[in-house]
Ligand binder design. Structure first.
Ligand SMILES: C[S@@+](CC[C@H](N)C(=O)[O-])C[C@H]1O[C@@H](n2cnc3c(N)ncnc32)[C@H](O)[C@@H]1O
Length: 481
């Protein structure tokens, strides 16, 4: 059979896609795999065990990408997605897969990364820690305003330009940064969050407030960020705008407070730069304290509009518990917490060790980390600002200038650790390294490098921080040989 763009064919879905490297993916994460006609097909919208009719939309030399047109025989793993936006939204990829099966795929994804990328043949891997609450788990959602709407079911030729002054509020569909899919309900944050989303849309439409247009650099509305503490219930609304319009903000605050009395603080972040990001130069507090508080373990963290904080509070606690248990901490230990963010891991383990030194490149995160430590009466944490690959280069004030660590905990971004950092970790020779990661592919790559030189991989513990997505976090324990 000649496989071309537009070809429709029947496929039996074998498995989920596990392998991916760094940011780039082969066939795409969250897709499923089928084999037919000497081709590998990466299929969107399918579940392992399905028989589907799929339409090919991309053809390469020996693989193709296809989208489900019809499910001919559903897999026993299929469930009814809860959300009406599932599919076009793309925020969740696996809401149509029963949760226990999602967990099995995630566990396999970690195994696959460590075998294929890390080159490890035997692994001691604990069962993945699933989420007790697979819905409504996020403490932060960021919605975008746009004057262009993504209409999933509308053929290209029927699309006409939106009328001037249109306001849409929702989520960007994958690869469409100019358009948003209007969202009325999201099952990852609370019901109150959905009410804020819909009330905001209605209010700005009624007042005819313009969306910021990045091409023409005019307009006002950019993002709506909702942060809700899972443990204290405090609720922040942050409207991110292009310029400062205090009269409108006062009206908006009045309307929101009347309609949703659960809101505890309202902030206006003004971002007058072209970059489409939900942070800015000015944060004006219109109501409440301008911050919310969240609890992890015994510790309370203050979260401002611009603070980084793990988005799944309950599972962050599980992740940190795993890291803490794996580290086998002693009261005499000096611990380095690399890529420490706002210091949440450092503070979480502070009562178990003598001293912790956190390293972090974001100035505001370091400021928050110091503030969080002080607010929790933690006085054995020290935070160092700087890019790790600069801070730790030999010959400069190297890592060991702060006292040789007994344990290193590292939690880098998705891209993993810079090679120089890996080299310096080998030279530093801490007896134990606990590597926390949100990307098993780059983690397996870095662990392979560490184990070539000095370390032995002892154990892995996957944790599901993001149910219904393909993402999986993983904690690895390494011991110096
Ligand atoms: C995955 S987050 C870890 C956050 C923290 N451990 C937590 O659980 O909240 C990664 C952190 O690494 C920081 N980072 C990224 N590149 C860095 C670099 N080159 N040097 C130091 N820190 C960096 C980011 O600012 C971010 O706070």
């Amino acid at each position: 059979m000649d496989i071309q763009r537009g070809t429709e064919l029947q496929l039996t879905i074998d498995d989920a896609v596990f392998s991916s490297t760094g940011g780039s993916t082969l066939g795409g994460e969250g897709m499923s795999v089928a084999r037919s006609n000497g081709f590998v097909f990466f299929v969107t919208g399918a579940v392992p065990g399905d028989i589907v009719t799929a339409r090919v939309f991309k053809v390469k030399k020996n693989y193709a990408e296809a989208k489900v047109v019809r499910v001919e025989r559903p897999s026993p793993l299929r469930v009814q997605p809860r959300c009406k936006h599932f599919g076009p939204c793309g925020g969740c990829q696996w809401q149509h897969v029963e949760y226990q099966a999602q967990l099995r795929f995630k566990q396999q994804r970690v195994v696959d990364a460590f075998q294929r990328i890390g080159g490890f043949t035997s692994l001691d891997i604990l069962p993945i820690i699933g989420s007790r609450e697979p819905y409504f788990y996020r403490n932060k959602m960021e919605f975008s305003f746009s004057n262009k709407q993504w209409r999933a079911l509308m053929p290209d030729k029927e699309r006409v330009p939106e009328p001037e002054g249109s306001v849409f509020l929702g989520l960007h569909v994958p690869q469409r940064f100019d358009k948003v899919l209007e969202i009325e309900e999201c099952h990852l944050q609370s019901e109150t969050s959905n009410r804020i989303l819909n009330a905001t849309r209605e209010f700005v439409r009624m007042k005819k407030i313009p969306v910021y247009d990045s091409l023409r650099e005019i307009g006002y509305l950019r993002f709506l960020v909702i942060r809700q503490s899972i443990r204290t219930g405090e609720l922040m609304v942050n409207l991110v705008t292009y310029d400062d319009r205090p009269d409108f903000m006062r009206e908006y605050v009045g309307a929101m407070r009347r309609e949703i009395p659960e809101i505890t603080t309202i902030v206006n972040t003004v971002n007058s730069r072209k970059a489409q990001i939900a942070s800015g130069d000015v944060e004006k507090v219109y109501f409440g304290e301008g911050v919310i508080h969240e609890r992890i373990g015994e510790f309370v963290f203050t979260i401002s509009a611009s603070s980084f904080f793990q988005t799944n509070t309950a599972q962050a606690e599980q992740l940190y518990d795993s890291a803490r248990a794996m580290a086998g901490l002693q009261h005499s230990d000096v611990v380095y917490d690399l890529y420490c963010g706002t210091g949440s891991i450092a503070i979480f383990i502070s009562d178990a060790v003598k001293k912790i030194v956190g390293f972090e490149s974001s100035e505001s995160a370091v400021r928050d980390a110091r503030r969080n430590a002080a607010a929790n009466n933690v006085d054995n944490c020290d935070f160092v600002l700087g890019d790790l690959k600069e801070v730790i280069t030999k010959g400069k004030a190297g890592l060991d200038s702060r006292g040789r660590p007994d344990v290193v905990i590292t939690d880098p971004p998705r891209s993993g650790m810079h090679e120089k950092v890996v080299e310096e970790l080998v030279a530093l020779a801490a007896p134990r390294i606990v590597y926390v990661s949100c990307n098993p592919a780059t983690q397996a790559r870095d662990v392979n490098l560490l184990c070539r030189e000095k370390y032995e991989l002892k154990r892995l513990q996957p944790v599901d921080m993001f149910p219904h997505t393909y993402h999986v976090d993983n904690v690895a324990l390494l011991q110096a040989g």
